[in-house]
Write a protein that binds this ligand. Sequence first.
Ligand code: GLU
Length: 268
Amino acid sequence: MCELERKLRIVVKVGTSSLTRVDGSRNLRNMELLARVLSDLKGMGHEIILVSSGAIGMGAGKLGMTARPSQLRMKQAAAAVGQCEMMHLYDKFFGEYGQTVAQVLLTDDDVKDPFRQAHLSGTFAALLGLGVIPVVNENDSVSAAEIETGDRKVLGDNDTLSAIVAGLCRADLLIILSDIDGLYDSDPRQNPDAKLIPRVTEIDESVYDMAGGVGSRWGTGGMVTKLEAARVANRLGIDMVLTNSNRMDALYDIAEGKDVGTRFVAAR
Ligand code: GLU
């Protein structure tokens, strides 16, 4: 079967910066576009799991906060409000294209414990079997306490979560939609001659150097968490594509195996 005809189980991760604007307002255009393209891909026979950030950002906006809260309990409260708002919008937009969505909220304990893992894999399999699009986020109102103390950090960013979810769902492909086109050989915001790397087959020190080394942050999630996600996915035998959320149509090309953004290729 040629790549064009292959039906894939795809995990798509989208970040807060794609779903909200700097002033805290909701980016309805992006959410609508995302729902349309993912619904269409599902109509073409692919299975879709969406990992979506945005709970804290949307909650802060809805609560009239002028900036993202810094206090932990305020972040958790904002997440509780924003998660509700976000699912309402996904339900509405996907519903317009005839799709049913389901909310799955996870903590680090859920993805570490083998019994919970087994239940989760079963739930994902059942939802996909029913033709539902699961929408996954970290359960920030419960788990952020552990994340922020750094004591038991497993999740804490949805890039890593999306790679873990890809493993739990036995996905064929993970796509991370970000505010950057892919991995560059140097920071494109500093260096206009920076070149996009279309394929990475081994995530070694030289790749981390291209990302600016540990701790650098380009965009909201940072390139380093993208590389960590790619490592987790690749170790599980799953390719990961990193691309820009400002070209949602590129998701069709990615599903067809075409080169878009940077593909981190798992060893076969
Ligand atoms: N779970 C957080 C939220 O929904 C976002 C975490 C991340 O950006 O990686 O706001």
